[in-house]
Ligand binder design. Structure first.
Ligand code: ZN
Ligand code: FE
Ligand code: FE
Ligand code: ZN
Length: 266
């Protein structure tokens, strides 16, 4: 099985499980590597109620160390963060990047302006929004995140579809500019299986996006975005089939920001 680099810890306050339980799940799934990438702190604090605080970083490092001790000799454990792409966030991301010897940083668009649009708390805001306009704003923001070049992995590419708000017509008009931006920046994307368990009932990104990404030479990781041990490597066999159907033959391994590839399993 490929690596699973997008996983959370209880420090973000909406995940549960001890490091040992996450590692046991990774071992059971036969993953090549396991990576921890909890929701990064974000000033000004409290920014929202679904991330660790700056003061939690030492405890986060200790959590990863516990995972490593438990995993020792059995599976490599990589350290990362899931960072939020926000207007003017670049200095903060750089500072975060220098606070630890990270293996990778993941970039995510969860916010459009002050709206964390994937938060079920604010579903009402979707009802009063023009879906085409939200998609345009989302993909422009995602391309800006790619352009920044600050992230090793770009998360859940079409998260904006989470609650099944999808414009009509050919979606390539949204996909093509962002594929160009990701390819130019040399970042890689993830195939995030959590979408299968959301109202959209589809992994992020859609198969068509994945096909365009593969044609553009954009590297791929497969991620569960697990918030509990039972979700580690969830749906990886299906994700592997989808990646292959899009043309992928390998996934990426990352250590200290350096990439290697491994073939997808038969
Ligand atoms: Zn989360
Ligand atoms: Fe996310
Ligand atoms: Fe996540
Ligand atoms: Zn995520």
């Amino acid at each position: 099985m490929p690596a699973d680099y997008h996983t959370h810890t209880p420090l973000c306050r909406h995940a549960e499980g001890e490091p040992e339980a996450f590692i046991d799940a990774a071992l059971r799934a036969g993953l090549t590597e396991y990576g921890v990438s909890d929701h990064a702190p974000q000033p000004p604090e409290p920014f929202d109620d679904w991330r660790m605080a700056k003061a939690d970083l030492p405890e986060y490092f200790e959590w990863i160390e516990r995972a490593r001790r438990h995993a020792a000799g059995r599976i490599p454990v990589r350290s990362g963060l899931e960072c939020d792409w926000l207007n003017g966030c670049e200095p903060w991301i750089s500072e975060l990047g220098s606070r630890h010897d990270w293996d990778y940083l993941i970039g995510s668009v969860h916010y459009l302006g002050d709206w964390d649009f994937d938060n079920p708390k604010w579903l009402g805001r979707w009802a009063e929004s023009d879906v085409d306009a939200v998609w345009t704003h989302y993909w422009r923001t995602y391309a800006q995140m790619a352009d920044s070049g600050l992230f090793d992995i770009l998360a859940h590419p079409d998260l904006v579809k989470k609650f099944s708000h999808v414009p009509g017509g050919d979606l390539d008009r949204f996909y093509e500019p962002v594929i160009d931006a990701i390819a130019a920046a040399g970042s890689i994307i993830e195939l995030n299986t959590a979408g299968w368990h959301k109202p959209c009932a589809e992994a992020y990104p859609a198969p068509r996006f994945l096909e365009l990404a593969c044609s553009a030479g954009i590297g791929l990781v497969i991620s569960s975005d697990s918030h509990a041990p039972s979700e580690v490597a969830r749906d990886f066999p299906s994700a592997i089939q989808i990646a292959k159907a899009a043309g992928y033959r390998e996934t990426v391994l990352i250590k200290k920001h350096q990439r290697h590839s491994e073939p997808l399993p038969e």
